[in-house]
Design a binder for this molecule. Structure first.
Ligand SMILES: [Zn+2]
Ligand SMILES: [Zn+2]
Length: 348
């Protein structure tokens, strides 16, 4: 089979490898599609280390073979893959919140080979946890790959009462900002603003026709002044920080109305994650701050259902698809905002 193999940091080659054989309890998937994400980019460039040479964790696949003892999965069935695999023993895993596993979770595409290959093994531990999530026969492979990142946004927003939100502001117009916005829309938020420094990015989102109310350049508008005039001084119900810029947390807190919510969706640079913030704002205005770390089964099911029942239209989001042979080109297109890419998908 063909696979995109990391030879050393920053050096990837398309290689011919034997199709892996599923061991007891494993399931062999034919990869229908696997999307590139920002984390993959950091691994491919050598900035982030993983334990395996094949990455890719936003996967749609079809069962082609099963190992000894597997009875509930049959060749021909289609699934998407839950990335996170917990220890299975700690109190958080007992609640099926494997993304908060107290022993630290492992993940497909990080500790086990991922989806940038024609075939991949779903290991027994992941199969037993329920990481193969069924999808309808008519859901396209490309749309299937959106379920993983969308589930992370469902997870990050689950603390925020979107159903009653009048106005939600999202920092970051990349795919993650967009998916957060679409979850807010699907859950009933009335006005949704995307704020980004890049006008190219904002123009792309408008050109695609995404269902948001405002596309605001934070280069041209000071966020606090814009929000003040847009909300007649009250502030927004919720801010989602979907860009790895730690100052946006401090800026975002000042945009909230009383009892508002701020989600720190993006991880901050590990070398410099500390930020000075006026805690009295949180205290006196009764503000709520939330974290977001990957997702677990319940969020995958919600994300899948949003896409399947049309509450979220994902069709406009996949802007580019490439065969595995053009993996290098796909990586370049995904990394370059001027290419007009939002989500780039590999179809091995
Ligand atoms: Zn990802
Ligand atoms: Zn655990």
């Amino acid at each position: 089979m063909k696979a995109a193999v990391i030879l050393k940091p920053g050096v990837i080659a398309i290689q011919d490898l034997p199709i892996p054989t599923p061991g007891p309890g494993d399931v062999l998937l034919k990869v229908e599609a696997c999307a590139l994400c920002g984390t993959d980019q950091r691994v491919l460039s050598g900035e982030k280390h993983v334990d395996v040479p094949i990455v890719g964790h936003e996967i749609t696949g079809c069962v082609t073979a099963v190992g000894a003892g597997v009875t509930q999965f049959k060749p021909g069935e289609r699934y998407i893959v839950q990335t996170v695999v917990g220890c299975g023993e700690c109190p958080m895993c007992a609640l099926h919140r494997e993304n908060l596993c107290e022993k630290g979770f492992k993940a497909i595409g990080y500790q086990w080979n991922g989806g940038f290959a024609e075939y991949m093994i779903m290991p027994k531990k992941a199969v037993d946890q329920g990481c193969l999530i069924p999808i309808p026969q008519d859901l396209s492979p490309e749309l299937g790959t959106l379920i993983e990142p969308l589930s992370c946004c469902v997870n990050g927003m689950k603390y925020i009462p979107m159903e009653t939100a009048e106005h939600v502001l999202i920092f970051g117009g990349g795919i993650i900002g967009v998916l957060n916005g679409l979850v807010a829309r699907a859950r009933g938020a009335r006005r949704i603003t995307i704020m980004d420094v890049s006008t190219d990015r904002l123009n792309l989102l408008q050109k695609i026709g995404l269902p948001f109310d405002d596309f605001v350049s934070s280069r041209e508008h000071k966020p606090d002044e814009w929000v003040k005039s847009a909300t007649r001084g009250r502030g927004v119900d919720a801010v989602v920080v979907a860009a790895s810029v730690k100052q946006l947390v401090t800026v975002g807190i000042k945009l909230l109305k009383r009892s508002g919510h701020l989600s720190i969706f993006a991880g901050m640079p590990k070398s410099d994650p500390t930020e000075l913030t006026d805690l009295n704002l949180i205290h006196y205005l009764e503000l709520n701050l939330h974290g977001a770390n990957s997702s677990a089964l319940a969020e995958y099911l919600t994300a899948r259902d949003f896409l399947v029942n049309g509450k979220i239209d994902g069709r406009k989001l996949v802007t580019h698809t490439f065969p595995l042979a053009q993996f290098d080109e796909a990586v370049k297109v995904q990394a370059n905002p001027a290419s007009g890419s939002l989500k780039v998908v590999i179809k091995p």
